[in-house]
Design a protein around this ligand. Structure first.
Ligand SMILES: Nc1ncnc2c1ncn2[C@@H]1O[C@H](COP(=O)(O)OP(=O)(O)OP(=O)(O)O)[C@@H](O)[C@H]1O
Ligand SMILES: [Mg+2]
Length: 488
């Protein structure tokens, strides 16, 4: 924790330096290097969108700055690092790129309207067609969850009612508003009375004793959402003067008025934010317990969403709903046993632009990748290390050799194709497509000979791998030497 505090003040102290480096990075960004959207039609049941909030004047006045770069299909977090010696001349920036070819990233200038059209409108149309839909906002405290969902609810309420009005037959709409504090559920519409969750006969989870409010228009739904949201438990934290310390769940039921059968369901969920450690340092035991409970329920939710996203139609992967009250409460948002179409979930991950929040931002983005089961980018792709003193980091980067063990299949195949004047090029198809650099580096001699169908070729490639590994070690030594000289 102390370490983080130091890091944060160091970042602020050397703001000018870091900002220059980040600007250098941004100036060097080539348009066509951006990830292009995937042409595959995405029909996942879980869709994730990212929104970065703007930096506020008071934050700039406090010495903060923007360390997050957004492009339509990727987001880059510039992690401002310091050398263990804390010498500013050795400070550097590591940029982590999270590519999102199947989804969209909304930058600080984006409007809630834009986000609505891309992310939420299709969900509302899906619900109005008689299905189950859920929308979550999740992210660090103060990153804009409540701001974003409040704006979206206003738009979606109108659209939902106008779509229902166009349906043949008559429908009735009711809603319930629940607050989850720790492991306890409270009904916001009946004076915070505690409500229980019970397992229903068909494996569903039933909320008992909650009040349902009948609604006749979009404005009524919007008003109810805001009224109940206003009754939520909030506290001022250092990060957010009006921080939501509970999960807020507003569930809308649409019933066929003639048959009384449920036609569709929409759940809106504004989660409590994960708090920064140094912020919680200042709280009492009760608040610390609250933060721990919030974090553990968020972890359980992320795990459930990951399993749901992994689950393909017909699969029976166990989904750990019992992990927390939150996931039990939301079970029927994801339930695969639904007789109708599989429920759809839209997750909006909100991130803060600030340097002091970069660890949290990276954490949120990693979680979005887990939710989308995007294994490749879970750790972000570390793209460049910039020395403060390096005049042209790109030049530097071009000369840096990548260790074989860190190469992807494509990279390792390209490397094999170029060594010894392309001698192995015509054998490339013999390598298994599951092989990456790590696997190649671990292949015993026999395996190389077997793949290349020749002892001689196998041995030659082995020699090449060893030569390359030697070059990397020399390069490392050289870097260490350069570093030593510049510290003097
Ligand atoms: N995209 C945005 N544009 C303008 N202001 C924003 C935006 N996002 C957030 N804000 C402002 O930032 C502050 C914090 O936002 P908000 O309360 O929505 O955070 P939160 O994620 O809900 O935090 P918590 O988890 O603590 O409840 C608010 O004053 C809000 O108005
Ligand atoms: Mg909030």
């Amino acid at each position: 924790m102390g370490q983080n505090m130091d890091k944060r003040s160091y970042r602020r102290e050397h703001a000018e330096l870091y900002m220059k480096l980040i600007q250098h990075y941004r100036n060097g960004m080539v348009e066509d290097m951006a990830v292009s959207p995937s042409s595959e039609k995405s029909d996942e049941v879980v869709k994730v969108y990212i929104r970065k909030r703007p930096t506020f004047e008071r934050e700039v006045n406090a010495g903060e700055y923007d360390v997050v770069t957004c492009r339509p299909h990727e987001i880059i977090v510039h992690d401002c690092r310091m050398h263990p010696s804390m010498k500013p001349s050795l400070a550097y920036v590591e940029s982590f790129k999270f590519p999102y070819p199947n989804t969209e990233v909304f930058g600080e200038k984006s409007t809630t309207d834009e986000l609505y059209k891309s992310a939420v409108k299709p969900l509302i149309q899906f619900v109005a067609a008689g299905n189950v839909g859920t929308m979550f906002c999740f992210g660090q405290t103060g990153s804009g969850k409540t701001y974003t969902i409040t704006g979206l609810v206003k738009m979606m309420s109108q659209e939902l009612f106008s779509l229902i009005a166009k349906l043949p037959g008559t429908y009735s709409v009711t809603a319930t508003c629940i607050e989850l504090i720790g492991e306890n559920c409270f009904d916001l519409l009946s004076d915070h009375q505690e409500v229980q969750l019970r397992d229903g006969k068909t494996g569903d989870v039933v909320i008992c004793g909650n009040k349902l409010c009948a609604l006749t228009s979009g404005s009524e739904l919007n008003e109810l959402y805001n009224y109940a949201a206003g009754l939520r438990e909030t506290h001022a934290t250092k990060v957010n003067s009006n921080s939501s310390r509970s999960h807020y769940i507003c569930r809308v039921y649409i019933e066929n008025a003639e048959t009384g059968k449920q036609y569709a369901r929409l759940t809106l969920c504004d989660l409590a934010g994960s708090e920064r450690n140094n912020d919680s340092n200042e709280h009492d035991a009760e608040r610390l317990k609250e933060t721990a409970q919030i974090n553990s329920s968020l972890m359980a939710l992320k795990e459930v969403i990951r399993c749901v996203a992994l689950n393909k139609e017909g699969d029976k992967v166990h989904i750990p709903y019992r992990g927390s009250k939150l996931t039990r409460l939301l079970k029927d948002c994801f339930d695969l046993e639904e007789k109708k179409k599989r429920p759809h979930t839209v997750v909006i991950a909100t991130v803060s632009p600030l340097s002091c929040d970069s660890e949290h931002t990276t954490g949120t983005l990693k979680h979005t990748c887990i939710m989308m089961s995007n294994e490749v980018s879970q750790d972000g792709e570390k793209i460049v290390v910039q020395d403060v003193l390096g005049s042209d980091p790109y030049q530097k980067r071009a000369n840096v050799l990548k260790p074989i063990a860190k190469m992807t299949y494509e990279e390792v195949i390209e490397w094999i194709g170029t060594v010894q004047k392309g001698k192995f090029k015509k054998h490339i198809h013999k390598f298994p497509s599951t092989m990456d650099g790590k696997a190649l580096a671990r292949f015993p001699d026999k395996r190389l000979q077997q793949i290349l169908e020749s002892d001689l070729l196998g041995n030659d490639l082995r020699k090449e791998i060893m030569n390359y590994t030697d070059k990397i070690s020399q390069q490392k030594k050289q870097f260490a030497e350069d570093n030593r000289k510049s510290t003097k």
